[in-house]
Design a protein around this ligand. Structure first.
Ligand SMILES: Cc1cc2nc3c(=O)[nH]c(=O)nc-3n(C[C@H](O)[C@H](O)[C@H](O)COP(=O)(O)O)c2cc1C
Length: 329
């Protein structure tokens, strides 16, 4: 098994505004092994935008997959070529995001209705990519019948060369639901995703949507799925999801304690501050680290209130840790 396939047994989902490079660096301190996805970046942004800001990342975050959004094969190929130069381990195409902005550009979940176009897109990306091209999709959209469209979609897109899919196990309702509602309201259909793995045993299939614990993740892996992708729970409760992941999912050694994670973040934060960055840009991703622990509320409150202040530095971290240390004493 290649490194990337191994890492894909457990991944943190792409999440706009959340899984930026600081978040990924933080998650990497908790799990050495899990695959981390970027936020979606659109192909036109990669081509015309500030590439270093959009694509730059630190090698310590790897393995990292870049998620691209788009529906124009040449543009996606060009964006893939540019992104590959930054050293990503995988390039993923977004066929699952239901936001209005994304629909109007004809990409994201609306592409579930256009498997032929998705096949053209991924074929162009594969031709331009030195690393694996994968797809994240839904089980269908709107009036589609998932039991019919999902296998047809996988058939068409895999024939174009994609062999790894992350499937968000619910439909996207493109009319009438907000993106947020589209992550909760359409019912989850895990059995259909498991059935896809049985129907296409040569494909690597990861299940996504509503998975909140490692117990839950392990059950899917035991049931034959190749990977589990976790979004919101990994963000809000990073230690619960990632803290034991290396040991339980990857058979590696035990991970660091929550306090050790904070210590590992300090040099990174110090470098960021020295370069003119703001403390809050990093600590906003760390609010959930002590979730469920005595003192967690004070940690969250002190970071939320003080990390945004002008000149906020590492002393804010010390202050946020103090109640945790007092309670532990
Ligand atoms: C804040 C936020 C932003 C998201 N942005 C993206 C995105 O850029 N691309 C994408 O494919 N999915 C995006 N998603 C969807 C997640 O990747 C994931 O499919 C969804 O949250 C379901 O998984 P979960 O129940 O484990 O959170 C986003 C989700 C959230 C909460």
């Amino acid at each position: 098994m290649t490194d990337i396939l191994r890492a894909a047994r457990l991944s943190v989902a792409p999440m706009m505004d959340w899984t930026d490079r600081h978040c990924r660096h933080f998650h990497r301190q908790i799990s050495v092994e899990a695959l981390l996805y970027t936020e979606m970046v659109t192909a036109p942004a990669v081509i015309h935008g500030d590439r270093e800001r959009l694509l730059g990342f630190d090698a310590t975050e790897r393995p990292v997959a870049l998620q691209l959004g788009g529906s124009e094969p040449d543009e996606l190929a060009e964006a893939t070529r540019i992104a590959a130069g930054f050293g990503y381990d995988e390039i993923n195409l977004n066929v699952g995001c239901p936001s209005d902005r994304v629909q109007s550009g004809c990409f994201g979940a609306v592409l579930m209705e256009r498997p032929g176009l998705v096949a053209d897109c991924v074929a162009a990306m594969i031709a331009a990519s030195p690393v694996e091209v994968t797809v994240k999709c839904r089980i269908g959209v709107d009036e589609q019948v998932p039991e019919e469209v999902l296998p047809a979609f996988l058939e068409t897109v895999s024939a174009a060369g994609v062999s790894r899919f992350a499937i968000h196990a619910r439909k996207a309702w493109l009319k009438g639901l907000s993106p947020k509602e589209n992550r909760d309201i359409p019912p989850l259909n895990y059995p259909l995703v498991a059935e896809m793995k049985r129907a296409f045993p040569h494909l690597h299939v990861s299940v996504n949507g509503g998975i909140t614990s490692l117990d839950h993740a392990e059950a899917f892996l035991a049931d034959g799925l190749d990977g589990v992708m976790i979004g919101r729970s990994a963000y809000h409760e990073p230690y619960e999801v990632l803290g034991e992941a290396d040991a339980r999912i990857f058979g590696a050694g035990p991970g660091p304690s929550r306090h050790e994670v904070v210590e590992r973040m300090r040099p990174y934060i110090a470098r960021h501050l020295e370069a003119g960055g703001k403390l809050h840009q990093i600590t906003r991703h760390m609010l959930g680290l002590f979730h469920g622990q005595p003192g967690a509320r004070a940690w969250r409150r002190i970071l939320s209130e003080r990390a945004n202040a002008p000149g906020a530095g590492l002393d804010v971290i010390d202050a946020a840790l103090a109640p945790l240390n007092d309670l532990a004493a």
